[in-house]
Design a protein around this ligand. Structure first.
Ligand code: WT7
Length: 643
C-alpha cells in the first residue's frame, strides 16, 4: 500500500459541510466515550417521538440481544412524511424517472402522504394489521415506496423481494416469513424489456396456500392471469380509499422490515430490522455522509429490493425531508449517457451508485460522460463491493471533474446503514479505501485467535460496540443470528469481511472471507447456487467459486460433476446455466461452467475450494500443497481441461 495516492479534503467552496475535520474527531470521540449519551442526543435531533424511550441501549453480544430506545414510541412513515407537511407539503419528495427518457413524475410530500395513506387503507381493507408480514415484489415505480411506507404506517412488516428473483426464490421467501399478502405489478420494464412479475408471482404462489391477497399495480397494461378471489386491482381499489390513515404507534423495537440476504451456508436469512434505531441511523448517515442540505436533489441508483434501496432511496432521505430520485431503468438504456442525462435533467447534486456500474460505464469511454454537463453534482458515492483505484480515479476525474469528493461507503444488509466512509469536507481521500468509521462505530481487526490487532494490520473486520441501525435477529431463527455473527469471535459482531488498516487508521476492505460471492454488488451464496445445480437430474455434484471479473467484480465459476452415464455438451452447459437462472434468478447465472469427472477432495471428502478458486483465477503457480488430497491427479486434469 506504499504507492497509495492521497487527495486532500475536497471542499466545494459554495457549501459549508455539516462536519469538518475537527468536528468529525470531536464528535467521534464523544460517540465512543459515552455512546448512550451521544445516541440519545442524536435520537432527539433526528427523530420525532410520540413518547420518549426508557432505556437508550441494552446490548449483549454473547446472547445476540440488542435493543435501542426501548419503550420509545414512534412511526417510521410519520417520520418520513407527516412531520414534513408543515413546511414542505409542496416540495417534491420523490422524483420518478421511468425506463424511457420522456417519462417522469414528481410526487410532493402531500401527495406522498395521500398515496401512502390510501395504500395503507387498502392493506387494512384486506385484513392486514400490526405485526403481519407483507411481501413486496415490485418494479421501480413509486408504488413500491408507497407500499413500503404503507406497511410502516400500519405496523405491518414488509419483506421486499428483488424483482429479478425467480418464482422459486420468491416462494421460499414468502413461506419463510409467512407473508399472507403480496404486493406486485403486472410487469416491470428495464432497458425496454418487460419483466413478468405477476406471472412469476402466480407461479410462486402455487406453493403458498396461505397467501389470500395479491395486490396488483397494473402499470404496463398487458395481459395477465387473474384469480378473482385472491387478486386485487390496486388502481381500482384505491378509488375507494381515504387519503388519511392514522399512523400506528410503534415501539422503537417493533420490527420494521425483513430483507433476505445470502450467507455462506443454507438458505437466505431474513435479516430483521426494527423501527427506532433504524430510522435514526439511516437519517443521520444520509445527512452527514452525503452532506445533505435542504435543496439538494439526491439520487441513489439502487433497486428497492436491496438494503441500499431501503435505507438510501426511501427511509434515510425521506426522514430528512429530502428530494429523492428513483429510476426504473438501467445505466445503458437508451445509451451510455443515461445516468448523466438524468443528472442534468433533474439537477442531481448527490449521486450514489455501485462500482460495477462505474466500471461498465468506464468501459464505454469518456465521451458519453463528457458530452453532458454534470455541473449540479457535488458529492459522489459508491457502495456494494471494493472499488478498484482505476474505477475510483475515473469516477473522480471524469464524472466529478475533480470537484466532488467520493464517499466509498462500506456496510451490509445487516448493518442497516453505512459504517465506514469518508465524510465530504472532513476526510482526505484514498482511492480504494472506505477510510474511517462513522460516529459510534468501533471497528477492530482480529487475527484467527481473536486477538485485536493494533496499528497497521490486516484481519477479520469486526465491530466492538453496537449501533442503532444494527439488525436485531434472523427472522424465525435467533440462534442462527447468534451463530452467524457472534459465535466465531465472542463479544464482537463479525462482518464476514476481511480488511486492512493503514498508518492513518484508514480501512481498506479486502472482501468476503467466507464462501459468499459479490457479483455486480449482489451478494450470492455459493452453497445456494450449488443446491440449485444439484436439483438438475444430470448433476451429481457441483462446486461454485468466484473469479475476478472486469465489470462484475466477481464472476461465477461452476464445476459440475455429471451423473454416471451423462455426457457433457454445449447444450447441457446452456441448459444448466438456464436452470440456475430459473431457480434463483438471472443475477445468479454462472459465467463459466466446467464439466469435471472429479472434484479435488480431502481424504475425509471435503471439497478443496481453495484449489478450485486458484484454477478459476488462472493462478496455477500458487495452487499450493495438494498432497493432502485423496487423488492429487484430479487437479492436473482440471487444469488441462480448463476452458
Ligand atoms: C457486502 C454486503 C450494503 C449495501 C450493498 C451490499 C461488500 C459493500 C462495500 C464497499 C468494499 C463492500 C462487503 C459486504 N461491500 N460495500 N464500499 N467496499 N466492500 O449489501 O448485499 O449486504 O453485501 O458487500 O463484502 O460484506 P450486502
Amino acid at each position: 500500500m506504499s504507492e497509495v495516492k492521497t487527495y486532500p479534503i475536497i471542499n466545494n467552496p459554495q457549501y459549508k459541510p455539516h462536519i469538518d475535520e475537527d468536528t468529525y474527531h470531536r464528535m467521534y470521540q464523544q460517540s465512543v466515550q459515552d455512546p448512550d449519551k451521544f445516541w440519545s442526543r442524536m435520537a432527539h435531533q433526528f427523530v420525532d417521538w410520540f413518547e420518549p424511550w426508557e432505556e437508550t441501549s441494552n446490548v449483549d453480544y454473547n446472547k445476540a440481544e440488542i435493543s435501542w430506545f426501548k419503550g420509545g414510541k414512534l412511526n417510521a412513515s410519520y417520520n418520513c412524511i407527516d412531520r414534513h407537511l408543515k413546511d414542505k407539503a409542496d416540495q417534491t419528495a420523490i422524483i420518478w424517472e421511468g425506463d424511457e427518457p420522456d417519462q417522469q413524475r414528481y410526487i410532493s410530500f402531500q401527495e406522498l402522504h395521500d398515496e401512502v395513506c390510501r395504500f395503507a387503507n387498502a392493506l387494512k381493507s384486506r385484513g392486514v394489521k400490526k405485526g403481519d408480514r407483507v411481501c413486496i415484489y415490485m418494479p421501480m415505480i413509486p408504488e413500491v415506496g408507497y407500499a413500503m411506507l404503507a406497511c410502516a404506517r400500519i405496523g405491518a412488516i414488509h419483506s421486499v423481494v428483488f424483482g429479478g428473483f425467480s418464482p422459486e426464490a420468491l416462494k421460499s421467501r414468502i413461506l419463510d416469513s409467512d407473508c399472507q399478502v403480496v404486493v406486485t405489478a403486472d410487469a416491470g420494464v428495464r432497458g425496454g424489456k418487460q419483466v413478468p412479475l405477476k406471472a412469476n408471482a402466480d407461479e410462486a404462489l402455487k406453493g403458498c396456500p396461505d397467501v389470500h391477497t395479491v395486490m396488483v399495480v397494473k402499470s404496463q397494461n398487458n395481459d395477465i392471469e387473474w384469480h378473482t378471489e385472491r387478486d386485487v386491482d390496486y388502481n381500482v381499489l384505491k378509488q375507494d380509499m381515504q387519503p388519511e390513515c392514522a399512523p400506528e404507534v410503534m415501539d422503537a423495537e417493533d420490527p420494521l422490515f425483513i430483507l433476505y440476504t445470502s450467507g455462506s451456508t443454507g438458505k437466505p436469512k431474513g435479516v430483521m430490522h426494527t423501527t427506532g434505531g433504524y430510522i435514526l441511523y439511516t437519517a443521520m448517515t444520509h445527512k452527514y455522509i452525503f452532506d445533505y442540505h435542504d435543496g439538494d436533489i439526491y439520487w441513489c441508483t439502487a433497486d428497492a429490493g436491496w438494503i441500499t434501496g431501503h435505507s438510501y432511496i426511501f427511509y434515510g432521505p425521506l426522514a430528512n425531508g429530502a428530494t429523492t430520485l428513483m429510476f426504473e431503468g438501467v445505466p445503458n438504456y437508451p445509451n451510455a449517457s443515461r445516468f448523466w442525462d438524468i443528472v442534468d435533467k433533474h439537477k442531481v447534486s448527490l449521486f450514489y451508485t455501485a462500482p460495477t456500474a462505474i466500471r461498465a460505464l468506464m468501459a464505454g469511454g469518456d465521451e458519453a460522460v463528457t458530452k453532458t454537463s454534470r455541473q449540479s453534482l457535488r458529492v459522489l458515492g459508491t457502495v456494494g463491493e471494493p472499488i478498484n483505484p482505476e474505477a475510483w480515479e475515473w469516477y473522480f476525474n471524469v464524472v466529478g471533474e475533480k470537484r466532488c469528493p467520493i464517499v466509498d461507503t462500506w456496510w451490509q444488509t445487516e448493518t442497516g446503514g453505512i459504517l465506514i466512509s469518508p465524510l465530504p469536507g472532513a476526510t482526505k481521500l484514498k482511492p480504494g479505501s472506505a477510510t474511517r468509521p462513522f460516529f459510534g462505530i468501533q471497528p477492530a481487526l482480529l487475527d484467527t485467535d481473536a486477538n485485536e490487532l493494533d496499528g497497521v494490520a490486516s484481519g477479520s473486520l469486526v465491530m466492538k460496540h453496537s449501533w442503532p441501525g444494527q439488525m436485531r435477529s434472523v427472522w424465525g431463527d435467533h440462534q442462527r443470528f447468534y451463530d452467524t455473527y457472534f459465535s466465531q469471535f465472542p463479544g464482537y459482531y463479525f462482518s464476514g469481511d476481511g480488511a486492512q488498516r493503514d498508518g492513518d487508521g484508514f480501512y481498506w476492505i479486502t472482501g468476503r472471507m467466507d464462501d459468499v460471492l459479490n457479483v455486480s454488488g449482489h451478494r450470492m451464496g455459493t452453497a445456494e447456487i450449488e443446491s440449485a445445480l444439484v436439483l438438475h437430474e444430470s448433476v451429481a455434484e457441483a462446486a461454485v467459486v468466484g473469479y475476478p471479473h472486469d465489470i462484475k467484480g466477481q464472476g461465477i465459476y461452476v464445476y459440475v460433476n455429471l451423473m454416471k452415464g451423462k455426457q457433457g455438451s454445449d447444450e447441457l452447459k446452456a441448459e444448466l446455466i438456464a436452470h440456475v437462472a430459473k431457480e434463483i434468478g438471472p443475477i445468479a447465472k454462472p459465467d463459466k461452467l466446467q464439466f469435471a469427472d472429479d472434484l479435488p477432495k480431502t481424504r475425509s471428502g471435503k471439497i478443496m475450494r481453495r484449489i478450485l478458486r486458484k484454477i478459476a483465477e488462472d493462478d496455477i503457480e500458487n495452487i499450493g500443497d495438494t498432497s493432502t488430497l485423496a487423488e492429487p491427479a484430479v487437479v492436473e486434469k482440471l487444469i488441462r481441461e480448463k476452458l
